[in-house]
Design a protein around this ligand. Structure first.
Ligand SMILES: [Ca+2]
Length: 161
């Protein structure tokens, strides 16, 4: 419910008068605010109220601020948070400067094969594979795959009998 306003009857604090005639009009909330039923302006929480996946880029978090919103890179990530953040590569000097399952290549830590980067840590491909009952993960030249345990047959991804 927006109030009427005029040159002599201004809008409540933080609201603007949109003139529709000579010297009179109605009150609107500033950009980023929405008018509640009681006529007051409330900040829009863009992060939760706007169903827009492109509000912030990948690996960034949305932060609500009055009248607007902001994006920040999640910890360990850097870049333009509205477009997307990428992992900060850990600089290294020698072989033993990197976290577990990583090695130093050209001054930066990389996952040691067959470990693959998952989020912020290097993981064995079999750690990412979920096999069915009586099956286990084996690493092949083509990646991780499930195989039925000895004496069992069936679909190793669903479960062996
Ligand atoms: Ca906001």
């Amino acid at each position: 419910v927006s109030r009427n306003c005029s040159t002599t009857n201004p809008c409540p604090k933080n609201q603007e008068c949109v003139f529709t005639g000579v010297g009179y009009g109605f009150c609107i909330c500033p950009h980023g605010y929405t008018m509640e039923a009681n006529g007051y302006c409330r900040d829009i929480n863009e992060c939760t109220e706007i169903e827009d996946w492109a509000l912030c880029g990948p690996n960034a978090e949305c932060i609500n601020i009055p009248g607007s919103y902001d994006c920040v890179c999640t910890p360990s990530y850097t870049g333009n948070p509205k477009k997307g953040c990428s992992l900060i590569n850990i600089p290294c000097h020698g072989e033993n400067n990197c976290p577990q399952n990583q090695k130093c290549v050209q001054g930066q830590c990389h996952c040691l094969p067959p470990y693959v980067l998952q989020g912020k840590v290097c993981k064995h491909p079999c750690d990412l594979k979920i096999c069915g009952q009586y099956a286990g993960c084996v690493l092949t030249d083509y990646g991780a795959k499930c195989e039925c345990n000895e004496g069992f047959t069936g679909n190793p991804n669903q479960g062996c009998l």
